[in-house]
Design a protein around this ligand. Sequence first.
Ligand SMILES: *Cc1c(COP(=O)(O)O)cnc(C)c1O
Length: 423
Amino acid sequence: MTLALPKSPVSAIMQDHCWDLDQKDPLRGMKDLFDLPEGVVYLDGNSLGALPKSVKPRLSAAVSEEWGHGLIRSWNEAGWYPAPKRAGAAIARLIGADPDEVIVCDSISVNLFKLVIAALRKRPGRKVILSETGNFPTDVYINAEAAKLMGCELRCVAPEDMEAVLAEVGEDLALLQLTHVHYKTGAIYDMAGLTRKAQALGGLVIWDLAHSAGALPVDLNGVNADFAVGCTYKYLNGGPGAPAFVFVAGRHLAGLEQPIAGWHGHAQPFVFTQDYAPHNGIEKMLAGTSPQLSLIALEEALTVFKGADMHQIRDKNRLLGDLFIHLVDQELADFGFGLASPREGDKRGSQVSLTHPDGYAIVQALIARGIIGDFRAPDILRFGFAAPYVGYEDIWASVAALKEIMMSGSWDSPAFQQQNAVT
Ligand SMILES: *Cc1c(COP(=O)(O)O)cnc(C)c1O
Protein backbone atom coordinates (compact mmCIF):
# COMPACT_ATOMS: atom_id res chain seq x y z
CA MET A 1 0.00 0.00 0.00
CA THR A 2 1.37 3.42 -0.86
CA LEU A 3 0.12 6.62 0.63
CA ALA A 4 0.40 9.51 -1.75
CA LEU A 5 -0.98 12.95 -2.26
CA PRO A 6 -2.98 13.59 -5.41
CA LYS A 7 -0.56 14.24 -8.24
CA SER A 8 -1.79 17.63 -9.39
CA PRO A 9 -0.74 20.50 -7.14
CA VAL A 10 -3.98 22.35 -7.92
CA SER A 11 -6.32 19.58 -6.82
CA ALA A 12 -8.06 20.45 -3.61
CA ILE A 13 -7.28 18.08 -0.80
CA MET A 14 -10.32 17.96 1.33
CA GLN A 15 -10.84 16.76 4.83
CA ASP A 16 -12.15 13.46 3.48
CA HIS A 17 -8.87 12.72 1.84
CA CYS A 18 -7.04 13.35 5.14
CA TRP A 19 -9.50 11.13 6.95
CA ASP A 20 -8.82 8.45 4.41
CA LEU A 21 -5.05 8.75 4.90
CA ASP A 22 -5.57 8.32 8.64
CA GLN A 23 -7.60 5.14 8.08
CA LYS A 24 -4.78 3.67 6.01
CA ASP A 25 -1.99 4.80 8.34
CA PRO A 26 -0.06 1.77 9.64
CA LEU A 27 1.07 3.80 12.68
CA ARG A 28 -2.42 4.93 13.60
CA GLY A 29 -2.54 2.82 16.77
CA MET A 30 0.51 4.52 18.25
CA LYS A 31 -1.46 7.61 19.26
CA ASP A 32 -3.22 5.50 21.91
CA LEU A 33 0.12 5.14 23.67
CA PHE A 34 0.05 8.87 24.50
CA ASP A 35 -1.85 10.95 26.99
CA LEU A 36 -2.81 14.02 24.98
CA PRO A 37 -5.39 16.55 26.17
CA GLU A 38 -8.76 16.51 24.46
CA GLY A 39 -9.08 19.10 21.70
CA VAL A 40 -5.35 19.67 21.28
CA VAL A 41 -3.38 19.17 18.07
CA TYR A 42 0.18 18.89 19.27
CA LEU A 43 2.71 20.07 16.69
CA ASP A 44 5.56 20.77 19.10
CA GLY A 45 7.00 17.30 19.67
CA ASN A 46 10.21 18.71 18.19
CA SER A 47 10.52 20.88 21.31
CA LEU A 48 8.94 18.78 24.05
CA GLY A 49 7.58 15.34 23.18
CA ALA A 50 4.13 14.30 24.42
CA LEU A 51 3.59 12.17 27.54
CA PRO A 52 3.45 8.41 26.92
CA LYS A 53 0.59 7.01 29.04
CA SER A 54 2.69 4.37 30.75
CA VAL A 55 5.13 6.96 32.12
CA LYS A 56 2.64 8.23 34.73
CA PRO A 57 2.19 4.97 36.70
CA ARG A 58 5.86 4.07 36.23
CA LEU A 59 7.05 7.37 37.64
CA SER A 60 4.53 7.30 40.43
CA ALA A 61 5.69 3.81 41.47
CA ALA A 62 9.31 4.90 41.24
CA VAL A 63 8.64 7.80 43.60
CA SER A 64 6.62 5.89 46.15
CA GLU A 65 8.35 2.51 46.06
CA GLU A 66 11.88 2.97 44.77
CA TRP A 67 12.58 6.33 46.38
CA GLY A 68 10.07 6.35 49.25
CA HIS A 69 10.48 2.77 50.39
CA GLY A 70 13.68 1.48 48.83
CA LEU A 71 15.63 4.63 49.68
CA ILE A 72 19.40 4.36 49.06
CA ARG A 73 19.05 0.61 48.48
CA SER A 74 17.40 1.37 45.15
CA TRP A 75 20.73 2.33 43.57
CA ASN A 76 21.44 -1.41 43.61
CA GLU A 77 18.07 -3.10 44.03
CA ALA A 78 15.99 -1.06 41.58
CA GLY A 79 18.69 -0.92 38.91
CA TRP A 80 19.29 2.81 39.23
CA TYR A 81 23.05 2.70 38.88
CA PRO A 82 23.21 1.20 35.35
CA ALA A 83 20.24 3.27 34.06
CA PRO A 84 22.36 5.69 31.95
CA LYS A 85 23.88 2.74 30.09
CA ARG A 86 20.57 0.90 29.73
CA ALA A 87 18.81 3.98 28.34
CA GLY A 88 21.77 4.53 26.01
CA ALA A 89 21.44 0.99 24.68
CA ALA A 90 17.73 1.52 23.96
CA ILE A 91 18.55 4.68 22.01
CA ALA A 92 21.47 3.03 20.19
CA ARG A 93 19.04 0.86 18.25
CA LEU A 94 17.32 3.96 16.86
CA ILE A 95 20.50 5.67 15.68
CA GLY A 96 22.51 2.83 14.17
CA ALA A 97 24.94 2.51 17.07
CA ASP A 98 26.09 -0.44 19.19
CA PRO A 99 24.65 -0.63 22.71
CA ASP A 100 28.10 -0.03 24.20
CA GLU A 101 28.61 3.22 22.28
CA VAL A 102 25.77 5.32 23.73
CA ILE A 103 25.10 6.63 27.24
CA VAL A 104 22.52 9.04 28.66
CA CYS A 105 23.68 11.92 30.85
CA ASP A 106 23.73 15.69 31.31
CA SER A 107 22.48 18.05 28.56
CA ILE A 108 23.54 18.38 24.93
CA SER A 109 25.48 21.51 25.91
CA VAL A 110 27.56 19.68 28.51
CA ASN A 111 28.06 16.56 26.40
CA LEU A 112 29.08 18.62 23.41
CA PHE A 113 31.69 20.38 25.53
CA LYS A 114 33.09 17.02 26.64
CA LEU A 115 33.22 15.77 23.05
CA VAL A 116 34.66 18.91 21.45
CA ILE A 117 37.55 19.03 23.91
CA ALA A 118 38.09 15.26 23.69
CA ALA A 119 38.10 15.42 19.88
CA LEU A 120 40.50 18.39 19.78
CA ARG A 121 42.86 16.51 22.10
CA LYS A 122 42.94 13.73 19.50
CA ARG A 123 43.97 16.17 16.78
CA PRO A 124 46.83 18.20 18.28
CA GLY A 125 48.31 20.80 15.97
CA ARG A 126 45.14 21.18 13.91
CA LYS A 127 43.55 24.55 14.39
CA VAL A 128 40.06 24.77 12.89
CA ILE A 129 36.62 23.82 14.18
CA LEU A 130 34.16 24.20 11.32
CA SER A 131 30.47 24.71 12.03
CA GLU A 132 27.43 26.44 10.61
CA THR A 133 26.31 30.06 10.85
CA GLY A 134 22.82 29.62 12.27
CA ASN A 135 23.63 26.37 14.07
CA PHE A 136 21.67 26.05 17.33
CA PRO A 137 23.11 28.76 19.62
CA THR A 138 24.27 26.42 22.37
CA ASP A 139 26.32 24.47 19.83
CA VAL A 140 27.98 27.67 18.62
CA TYR A 141 28.68 28.94 22.15
CA ILE A 142 30.20 25.63 23.25
CA ASN A 143 32.33 25.34 20.11
CA ALA A 144 33.57 28.90 20.62
CA GLU A 145 34.53 28.40 24.28
CA ALA A 146 36.18 25.06 23.58
CA ALA A 147 38.12 26.63 20.70
CA LYS A 148 39.34 29.38 23.03
CA LEU A 149 40.44 26.90 25.68
CA MET A 150 42.31 24.77 23.14
CA GLY A 151 43.87 27.60 21.15
CA CYS A 152 41.78 26.81 18.07
CA GLU A 153 39.70 28.91 15.72
CA LEU A 154 35.94 28.45 15.18
CA ARG A 155 34.74 29.10 11.64
CA CYS A 156 30.99 29.22 11.04
CA VAL A 157 29.82 29.21 7.43
CA ALA A 158 26.50 28.99 5.59
CA PRO A 159 25.31 25.47 4.71
CA GLU A 160 25.68 26.08 0.98
CA ASP A 161 29.36 26.99 1.46
CA MET A 162 30.16 24.06 3.77
CA GLU A 163 31.78 21.75 1.22
CA ALA A 164 33.87 24.51 -0.39
CA VAL A 165 35.13 25.82 2.97
CA LEU A 166 35.84 22.28 4.13
CA ALA A 167 38.11 21.79 1.11
CA GLU A 168 39.74 25.17 1.71
CA VAL A 169 40.44 24.44 5.40
CA GLY A 170 41.99 21.16 4.28
CA GLU A 171 44.43 19.60 6.72
CA ASP A 172 43.96 22.38 9.26
CA LEU A 173 40.59 20.80 10.02
CA ALA A 174 40.46 19.41 13.53
CA LEU A 175 36.70 19.07 13.82
CA LEU A 176 33.49 19.49 11.87
CA GLN A 177 30.49 20.04 14.18
CA LEU A 178 27.03 20.19 12.65
CA THR A 179 23.40 19.64 13.55
CA HIS A 180 22.03 16.93 11.26
CA VAL A 181 18.52 18.41 10.97
CA HIS A 182 18.37 22.18 11.33
CA TYR A 183 16.29 23.31 14.32
CA LYS A 184 14.74 26.26 12.51
CA THR A 185 14.35 25.13 8.92
CA GLY A 186 14.37 21.35 9.19
CA ALA A 187 16.97 21.14 6.41
CA ILE A 188 18.98 17.89 6.50
CA TYR A 189 22.72 17.63 5.99
CA ASP A 190 24.25 14.78 4.05
CA MET A 191 25.67 12.97 7.06
CA ALA A 192 27.44 10.25 5.09
CA GLY A 193 29.04 12.57 2.54
CA LEU A 194 30.24 15.23 4.99
CA THR A 195 31.57 12.65 7.44
CA ARG A 196 33.55 11.03 4.63
CA LYS A 197 34.93 14.36 3.37
CA ALA A 198 35.97 15.63 6.82
CA GLN A 199 37.59 12.31 7.68
CA ALA A 200 39.44 12.25 4.35
CA LEU A 201 41.13 15.47 5.49
CA GLY A 202 42.06 13.82 8.77
CA GLY A 203 39.40 15.67 10.77
CA LEU A 204 36.80 14.33 13.19
CA VAL A 205 33.04 14.97 13.11
CA ILE A 206 30.48 15.54 15.87
CA TRP A 207 26.83 15.31 14.81
CA ASP A 208 24.06 16.87 16.88
CA LEU A 209 21.01 14.62 16.51
CA ALA A 210 18.57 16.80 18.51
CA HIS A 211 16.03 16.81 15.66
CA SER A 212 16.91 13.41 14.20
CA ALA A 213 16.69 10.82 16.98
CA GLY A 214 13.20 9.34 17.00
CA ALA A 215 12.22 11.21 13.83
CA LEU A 216 14.44 9.81 11.07
CA PRO A 217 16.41 6.62 10.65
CA VAL A 218 20.01 7.48 11.57
CA ASP A 219 22.82 5.06 10.82
CA LEU A 220 25.84 6.31 12.77
CA ASN A 221 27.99 3.23 12.27
CA GLY A 222 26.81 2.88 8.68
CA VAL A 223 28.34 6.30 7.92
CA ASN A 224 31.41 5.62 10.11
CA ALA A 225 30.49 8.52 12.43
CA ASP A 226 32.99 9.54 15.11
CA PHE A 227 30.86 11.24 17.76
CA ALA A 228 27.29 12.42 18.30
CA VAL A 229 25.05 14.04 20.88
CA GLY A 230 21.26 14.22 20.97
CA CYS A 231 18.19 15.14 22.89
CA THR A 232 15.74 12.83 24.63
CA TYR A 233 12.98 15.31 25.44
CA LYS A 234 12.06 16.06 21.81
CA TYR A 235 11.06 13.17 19.53
CA LEU A 236 12.02 10.58 22.17
CA ASN A 237 9.40 11.92 24.63
CA GLY A 238 11.63 11.62 27.71
CA GLY A 239 9.99 14.56 29.52
CA PRO A 240 10.99 18.14 30.31
CA GLY A 241 14.73 18.39 30.89
CA ALA A 242 15.32 14.66 30.38
CA PRO A 243 19.06 14.01 30.06
CA ALA A 244 20.74 13.94 26.66
CA PHE A 245 22.65 11.10 25.01
CA VAL A 246 26.20 10.90 23.80
CA PHE A 247 27.68 8.53 21.20
CA VAL A 248 31.36 7.66 20.86
CA ALA A 249 32.35 5.23 18.10
CA GLY A 250 33.88 2.13 19.67
CA ARG A 251 37.18 2.72 17.87
CA HIS A 252 37.62 6.07 19.66
CA LEU A 253 36.79 4.94 23.21
CA ALA A 254 40.22 3.72 24.30
CA GLY A 255 42.36 6.69 25.26
CA LEU A 256 39.61 9.28 24.76
CA GLU A 257 39.98 11.99 27.42
CA GLN A 258 36.91 14.03 28.19
CA PRO A 259 37.49 17.08 30.38
CA ILE A 260 34.66 16.81 32.94
CA ALA A 261 36.37 14.08 34.89
CA GLY A 262 33.74 13.40 37.52
CA TRP A 263 33.46 10.43 39.81
CA HIS A 264 30.80 8.59 37.79
CA GLY A 265 33.19 8.46 34.83
CA HIS A 266 35.87 6.84 36.99
CA ALA A 267 36.78 3.19 36.47
CA GLN A 268 35.92 2.53 40.14
CA PRO A 269 33.82 5.36 41.57
CA PHE A 270 33.29 3.67 44.90
CA VAL A 271 36.96 3.12 45.63
CA PHE A 272 37.12 6.88 46.31
CA THR A 273 40.69 7.26 45.20
CA GLN A 274 42.18 10.73 44.68
CA ASP A 275 43.58 9.84 41.27
CA TYR A 276 41.32 9.97 38.27
CA ALA A 277 41.36 6.81 36.16
CA PRO A 278 38.66 6.89 33.48
CA HIS A 279 36.36 3.95 32.86
CA ASN A 280 37.41 2.23 29.66
CA GLY A 281 33.87 2.02 28.28
CA ILE A 282 31.27 4.62 27.28
CA GLU A 283 30.77 5.21 31.04
CA LYS A 284 33.84 7.47 30.84
CA MET A 285 31.49 10.11 29.38
CA LEU A 286 29.61 10.35 32.69
CA ALA A 287 30.48 13.12 35.11
CA GLY A 288 28.26 13.26 38.22
CA THR A 289 25.19 11.55 39.63
CA SER A 290 22.38 10.96 37.13
CA PRO A 291 18.83 12.32 37.53
CA GLN A 292 17.15 9.00 38.30
CA LEU A 293 13.52 10.09 38.06
CA SER A 294 14.14 11.57 34.63
CA LEU A 295 15.95 8.42 33.55
CA ILE A 296 13.05 6.29 34.75
CA ALA A 297 10.60 8.43 32.77
CA LEU A 298 12.86 8.25 29.72
CA GLU A 299 13.35 4.49 29.84
CA GLU A 300 9.61 4.02 30.09
CA ALA A 301 8.98 6.52 27.27
CA LEU A 302 11.40 4.65 25.01
CA THR A 303 9.15 1.57 25.16
CA VAL A 304 6.95 3.45 22.64
CA PHE A 305 9.69 2.77 20.09
CA LYS A 306 10.03 -0.94 20.91
CA GLY A 307 9.51 -2.75 17.64
CA ALA A 308 8.80 0.53 15.84
CA ASP A 309 10.16 0.81 12.33
CA MET A 310 12.01 4.12 11.96
CA HIS A 311 11.47 3.97 8.19
CA GLN A 312 7.71 3.84 8.70
CA ILE A 313 7.92 6.77 11.12
CA ARG A 314 10.00 8.67 8.60
CA ASP A 315 7.63 7.92 5.70
CA LYS A 316 4.75 9.25 7.72
CA ASN A 317 6.36 12.46 8.97
CA ARG A 318 7.55 13.27 5.46
CA LEU A 319 4.04 12.81 4.11
CA LEU A 320 2.55 14.89 6.96
CA GLY A 321 4.99 17.67 6.01
CA ASP A 322 4.18 17.36 2.30
CA LEU A 323 0.48 17.55 3.10
CA PHE A 324 0.96 20.60 5.31
CA ILE A 325 2.92 22.46 2.62
CA HIS A 326 0.39 21.50 -0.03
CA LEU A 327 -2.52 22.79 2.09
CA VAL A 328 -0.69 25.99 3.01
CA ASP A 329 -0.07 26.64 -0.70
CA GLN A 330 -3.68 25.90 -1.47
CA GLU A 331 -5.39 27.78 1.35
CA LEU A 332 -3.05 30.51 2.57
CA ALA A 333 -1.55 31.96 -0.59
CA ASP A 334 -2.92 35.45 0.12
CA PHE A 335 -1.65 35.95 3.66
CA GLY A 336 2.05 36.67 3.34
CA PHE A 337 3.52 33.38 4.54
CA GLY A 338 6.87 32.16 3.28
CA LEU A 339 8.29 28.65 3.45
CA ALA A 340 11.54 28.42 5.44
CA SER A 341 11.90 24.65 5.02
CA PRO A 342 12.98 22.68 1.98
CA ARG A 343 9.92 21.95 -0.15
CA GLU A 344 11.29 18.57 -1.11
CA GLY A 345 10.38 15.99 1.54
CA ASP A 346 13.67 14.10 1.35
CA LYS A 347 15.63 17.23 2.25
CA ARG A 348 13.43 18.11 5.23
CA GLY A 349 13.26 16.56 8.69
CA SER A 350 10.07 16.06 10.67
CA GLN A 351 8.99 19.71 10.72
CA VAL A 352 7.84 22.52 8.47
CA SER A 353 8.67 26.14 9.21
CA LEU A 354 6.79 29.07 7.78
CA THR A 355 7.83 32.70 7.95
CA HIS A 356 5.57 35.63 8.66
CA PRO A 357 6.35 39.12 10.07
CA ASP A 358 3.56 38.65 12.64
CA GLY A 359 4.58 35.07 13.35
CA TYR A 360 4.70 35.37 17.13
CA ALA A 361 1.12 36.59 17.48
CA ILE A 362 -0.16 34.12 14.90
CA VAL A 363 1.38 31.21 16.82
CA GLN A 364 -0.19 32.50 20.05
CA ALA A 365 -3.58 32.73 18.35
CA LEU A 366 -3.20 29.14 17.12
CA ILE A 367 -2.20 27.95 20.59
CA ALA A 368 -5.32 29.62 22.01
CA ARG A 369 -7.31 27.38 19.64
CA GLY A 370 -5.51 24.24 20.78
CA ILE A 371 -3.14 23.99 17.82
CA ILE A 372 0.25 23.97 19.51
CA GLY A 373 3.30 24.88 17.45
CA ASP A 374 6.07 27.30 18.40
CA PHE A 375 7.88 30.43 17.31
CA ARG A 376 11.57 31.00 16.72
CA ALA A 377 12.83 34.56 16.40
CA PRO A 378 12.79 36.57 14.29
CA ASP A 379 9.88 35.34 12.15
CA ILE A 380 9.65 31.55 12.11
CA LEU A 381 6.46 29.60 12.85
CA ARG A 382 7.55 26.04 13.52
CA PHE A 383 5.34 22.97 13.18
CA GLY A 384 6.68 19.57 14.20
CA PHE A 385 5.06 16.37 12.97
CA ALA A 386 5.77 13.59 15.45
CA ALA A 387 4.45 10.62 13.48
CA PRO A 388 3.53 8.51 16.53
CA TYR A 389 0.78 10.92 17.59
CA VAL A 390 0.04 13.38 14.77
CA GLY A 391 -2.49 12.37 12.12
CA TYR A 392 -3.37 13.64 8.65
CA GLU A 393 -6.64 15.16 9.76
CA ASP A 394 -4.70 17.09 12.40
CA ILE A 395 -2.84 18.75 9.54
CA TRP A 396 -6.09 19.66 7.85
CA ALA A 397 -7.45 21.08 11.14
CA SER A 398 -4.28 23.12 11.69
CA VAL A 399 -4.34 24.73 8.28
CA ALA A 400 -8.08 25.37 8.59
CA ALA A 401 -7.48 27.12 11.95
CA LEU A 402 -4.60 29.13 10.50
CA LYS A 403 -6.79 30.24 7.62
CA GLU A 404 -9.58 31.26 9.96
CA ILE A 405 -7.16 33.27 12.13
CA MET A 406 -5.79 35.07 9.08
CA MET A 407 -9.17 35.76 7.50
CA SER A 408 -10.70 37.10 10.70
CA GLY A 409 -7.53 38.95 11.76
CA SER A 410 -8.06 37.51 15.24
CA TRP A 411 -4.28 37.16 15.70
CA ASP A 412 -4.03 40.97 15.85
CA SER A 413 -4.98 41.27 19.51
CA PRO A 414 -2.83 42.65 22.37
CA ALA A 415 -3.16 39.34 24.23
CA PHE A 416 -1.25 37.58 21.45
CA GLN A 417 1.57 40.14 21.36
CA GLN A 418 2.61 39.53 24.97
CA GLN A 419 6.05 37.92 24.78
CA ASN A 420 6.48 34.92 27.08
CA ALA A 421 9.90 33.88 28.42
CA VAL A 422 9.75 30.59 26.49
CA THR A 423 8.50 30.88 22.94
C1 LIG B 1 17.19 21.33 21.58
C2 LIG B 1 18.59 21.46 21.09
C3 LIG B 1 19.66 21.52 21.98
C4 LIG B 1 19.42 21.52 23.46
O1 LIG B 1 20.58 21.53 24.21
P1 LIG B 1 20.52 21.26 25.78
O2 LIG B 1 21.87 21.60 26.25
O3 LIG B 1 20.22 19.79 25.97
O4 LIG B 1 19.46 22.11 26.36
C5 LIG B 1 20.94 21.55 21.45
N1 LIG B 1 21.15 21.57 20.11
C6 LIG B 1 20.12 21.53 19.24
C7 LIG B 1 20.39 21.54 17.77
C8 LIG B 1 18.82 21.51 19.70
O5 LIG B 1 17.81 21.52 18.84
